[in-house]
Design a binder for this molecule. Structure first.
Ligand SMILES: Nc1ncnc2c1ncn2[C@@H]1O[C@H](COP(=O)(O)OP(=O)(O)OP(=O)(O)O)[C@@H](O)[C@H]1O
Ligand SMILES: [Mg+2]
Length: 441
């Protein structure tokens, strides 16, 4: 089902869109409302008209957020489609689940011509327009069959062990179809909310398609039955938080290698067609593949918790660790974008070099408050070269637009890595060690 909620960041799927904009392969199984929204979003007047001619009642159809095609047209300034919808008697003052009318959407997005058109048809401003923190694009229509749905009976809970507890609930190591997996059970307080369940399914649809060597592979989910569960690959080496706790400050070259892996995973997540903002990037959500490689996990989930009730959820679950890495705009409930993750990345790079978390000794919530008032941890590590110091400071810049993208971070870090490598000892151990250490005798 297409949705146009302000709960989540932009997540169009252009690769699907090119196919589905004209003739979706599975159109017989795709919801007509999703198709209408999608063609509206693409300003595809011809296909919108075709759908309306087939089924006139679609003009007032809404998604689970109660948004109509006219909301979509108003939000994305699709004038031609809006004119068509209004000619087909689209309800001009329909309100979505946040109480917003199409005119409220048009005005909040600054679409003057659209606002005039809607007013001509009797449109009124209704709702809390202007409050959109996380505008979301219309998702491409998808067949209603879920090939990622996992039958909970296939998960072996007899042999499972709890490996942690986070803001969504418990996580267990267990076996699914003979493979070690991590299963995250979503707390009833979240999974009892019908809207969250819908958002959850929508996110799963997106997450399951993602593949990259530096992101934790998502395998599927249980959504047909409570409790909801997310199933991902299991990484037996544990997380970066534990690793740093054991190792203390990392040598610069190792910190940069790790940082590069995080940045690669994040570049993938931040680059279209599906833009995924992590919003909870922290050492516990970065997992070790081996001694040299990392994967980013738990991306795409934080959007199930709106920024507005973020503090409540953290209070409820007792999971407050995310605050320490939180960008000031998230802490202060301001509009945010992909740069929140760059901020957190800066904090993680700091921690890898310093060997201590940012603002150690201060409660996570207080640390986030300090950050929001402009404070930053002091960089003292000798291993932190001026170039690394510069990049950390750029990443945690208070103005999010001054922070680099992850693609830029990669560009900056690669030469730093090469420079460190040239200062580093050669890789052949027998040049530097005695035969005894080489052969372990
Ligand atoms: N795929 C996985 N493989 C191995 N261990 C994992 C995996 N996912 C999570 N873990 C471990 O389980 C712990 C708890 O994870 P969980 O995501 O539930 O909580 P968190 O990361 O502390 O907080 P948040 O809910 O904000 O992500 C992690 O710190 C990590 O050590
Ligand atoms: Mg986690």
């Amino acid at each position: 089902m297409a949705e146009a909620s302000p709960r989540s960041p932009v997540s169009p799927s252009a690769s699907d869109s090119s196919k589905s904009a004209s003739a979706p392969p599975d159109s017989h199984r795709i919801s007509q409302t999703s198709l209408l929204f999608w063609h509206t979003r693409n300003n595809d007047v011809k296909n919108v008209e075709r759908l309306l001619q087939d089924n006139l009642s679609l003009v007032s159809a809404h998604d689970y957020d109660n948004r109509t095609a006219l909301h979509v047209a108003a939000f994305f300034n699709r004038i031609e489609v809006a004119e068509l919808l209004l000619r087909y008697k689209a309800p001009v003052n329909a309100t979505d689940r946040w109480g917003n009318s199409p005119l409220a959407d048009a005005e909040s997005e600054g679409h003057g011509e659209m606002a005039d058109l809607l007013k001509k048809y009797g449109g009124r401003v209704m709702g809390s327009h202007g409050s959109r923190l996380e505008p979301k694009d219309v998702a491409p229509p998808v067949p209603q069959r879920c090939d990622w749905e996992i039958d909970p009976n296939e998960i072996d809970f007899q042999k499972s062990t709890i490996i942690g507890k986070g803001s969504f609930g418990e996580i267990r190591k267990t076996v699914w179809r003979g493979t070690s997996v991590a299963v995250k059970t979503i707390l009833p307080s979240l999974s009892d909310d019908k809207l969250i369940v819908e958002d959850f399914k929508h996110e799963v649809e997106l997450l399951v398609k993602l593949r990259h060597p530096n992101i934790v592979q998502f395998l599927g989910a249980v959504t047909i039955r409570k409790p909801l569960m997310l199933v991902t690959e299991y990484l037996k080496m544990g997380d970066l938080h534990q690793y740093m706790k054991n190792k203390g400050p990392l040598p610069a070259i190792k910190a940069v290698d790790f940082a590069l892996d995080i940045a690669r995973g994040m570049t993938f997540l931040h680059t279209g067609p599906n833009v995924i903002i992590h919003r909870d990037l922290k050492p516990r959500n970065v997992l070790l593949v081996d001694e040299r490689h990392l994967k980013v996990g738990d991306f795409g989930l934080s959007k199930l918790i709106t920024v507005k009730n973020l503090h409540e959820v953290y209070k409820l679950t007792g999971e407050t660790g995310s605050y320490r890495y939180m960008a000031p705009e998230v802490f202060r409930h301001r509009a945010y974008d992909t740069k929140v993750d760059v901020f957190s990345f800066g904090m993680i790079l700091y921690e890898m070099l310093e060997g201590i978390p940012p603002f150690q000794g201060i409660e996570p919530y207080e640390a986030a408050r300090a950050v929001s008032t402009g404070e930053r941890p002091e960089i003292t590590a000798r291993t932190c070269t001026p170039a690394l110091k510069h990049i950390i400071k750029l990443c945690w810049h208070k103005d999010k637009d001054q922070r680099p993208t992850f693609a830029k971070i990669l560009e900056i870090l690669e030469p730093i890595r090469n420079e460190l490598d040239s200062q580093h000892e050669p890789h052949f151990p027998f040049f530097h060690h005695s035969p005894k250490s080489v052969h372990g005798l």
